[in-house]
Design a protein around this ligand. Structure first.
Ligand SMILES: [Zn+2]
Ligand SMILES: [Zn+2]
Length: 396
């Protein structure tokens, strides 16, 4: 694709979707939600064991991917998120070995499925100094890349909130980590970053205005070069900046400035990356999937126009039960409580969507989203429940 395809006003927006019932169904759902890209778990993210991918499942997936035109490795539309159990920074040899094995499996599955990007949390040094944890991660990658020689899958180290021993909470730490991996593997094409807006905001890179967002992008560029970022996670943050709490909220219903999104998505490099929502699932009181609403908000804010959808009901708020039976309930077993929770604080008329160029002051933000904290809290609640034993429902 020519560089001009990085059109700054039409970002590649997607979401983390469930693979329950068959991986290929996530593609179907993504297309029905009018998404441009997709993130999945290729196995149950809460289990060490991974049953082998069935040949027919791989075929169904690859057929769906090709039909969608999403099979390019150079202009990626598909992202896999590695298991949360993996900790390549662990000082515990047994856990490190298990993590290495599972990470090998994650890369191999991506290779089999033609998923170009694999996002993983760097890890936690669990009580030992972080530099030691970083060294262990780099050593793990040396082994990983030996085991998976020839794979073109790009490992995307995800920025984290940096709580406790968690690695990846500063841009410098991420830069050091990637550099050490490169020193041991010599494969810069296989290691990049995933920047999660909620995580960096909670880590202290406050996305609280257009200006601060632009400054943070400059900081990232100085620390590790923006070209090493391979994908984005676009999540608003329920918790305030620098809280080091990882609580995803719907776009515009958290503590991130409404003006931050356009700065990120109009950026010539960042705006061309696959950008994945990991926001709460469910439907609005009017029955619109939250993924559709969040992507519409991002598109509208990027284009500087009025959004056609909001999280609130456009008319009188429907009773919670009315939102439950929809045709898309396959992936949303907890839809009813989610919609019910989200409808509460938005019972005021919200048909008046905020202008796209809202000021960054708290006042104008508040006008656009009544009781933002309560809304975000209520809406986030539903995702804090564990996935129902099937891969693919929640993502951090
Ligand atoms: Zn998160
Ligand atoms: Zn994320």
């Amino acid at each position: 694709m020519p560089p001009s395809s990085a059109h700054s006003t039409s970002p590649l927006l997607g979401s983390h979707l469930s693979v329950a019932g068959g991986m290929h169904l996530a593609i179907t759902e993504a297309l029905s939600l009018k998404l441009d890209c997709l993130q999945v778990f290729t196995k149950n993210q809460q289990q060490w064991k991974a049953p082998p991918l069935a040949a027919e499942a791989v075929t169904a997936w690859r057929t769906a991917v090709a039909a969608a035109g999403w099979n390019s490795l150079t202009a990626p539309r598909l992202v896999s998120h590695a298991s949360y159990l993996i900790n390549l920074a662990s000082p515990n040899q047994e856990l490190w070995d298990k993590s290495l094995d599972l990470m090998t499996e994650e890369i191999t599955r991506c290779d089999t499925l033609g998923i170009p990007l694999l996002v993983s949390h760097p890890g936690s040094s669990t009580g030992t100094p972080k530099p030691e944890g970083i060294t262990r991660i780099a050593q793990a990658y040396r082994e990983l890349f030996k085991r998976t020689a020839g794979c073109r899958i790009i490992s995307c180290l995800e920025a984290t909130v940096g709580a406790g021993s968690m690695i990846g909470g500063t841009f410098e730490e991420l830069a050091t980590l990637r550099q050490q991996i490169l020193d041991l593997t010599g494969q810069p094409d296989r290691v990049g970053f995933c920047i999660d807006t909620c995580h960096i905001h909670a880590a202290g890179y406050a996305l609280d205005s257009a200006a601060s967002t632009a400054a943070i992008i400059t900081q990232m560029d100085a620390a590790f070069g923006l070209q090493s970022i391979r994908c984005l996670h676009l999540n608003d943050s329920l918790a305030p900046a620098a809280s080091r709490k990882d609580r995803h909220a719907h776009i515009t219903l958290g503590t991130i400035s409404r003006d931050a999104w356009a700065v990120i998505l109009r950026h010539p490099l960042l705006g061309a990356l696959p950008a994945i929502l990991e926001t709460p699932k469910g439907d609005s009181p009017s029955g619109t999937p939250f993924d559709a609403i969040n992507t519409e908000l991002l598109r509208a804010l990027t284009a500087g126009r009025e959004p056609t959808l909001t999280h609130a009901a456009s008319a009188a708020p429907a009773p919670a039960s009315a939102a439950a039976p929809t045709t898309k309930s396959r992936t949303q077993p907890s839809r009813k409580p989610t919609a019910a929770a989200a409808s509460k604080p938005t019972s005021k008329p919200a048909s008046k969507a905020a202008p796209a160029k809202a000021k960054t002051t708290t006042k104008s933000n508040t006008a656009a989203k009544p009781k933002p904290k309560a809304t975000a809290k209520a809406a986030t609640k539903a995702t804090s429940k564990p996935a129902t034993g099937r891969a693919g429902r929640s993502a951090k």
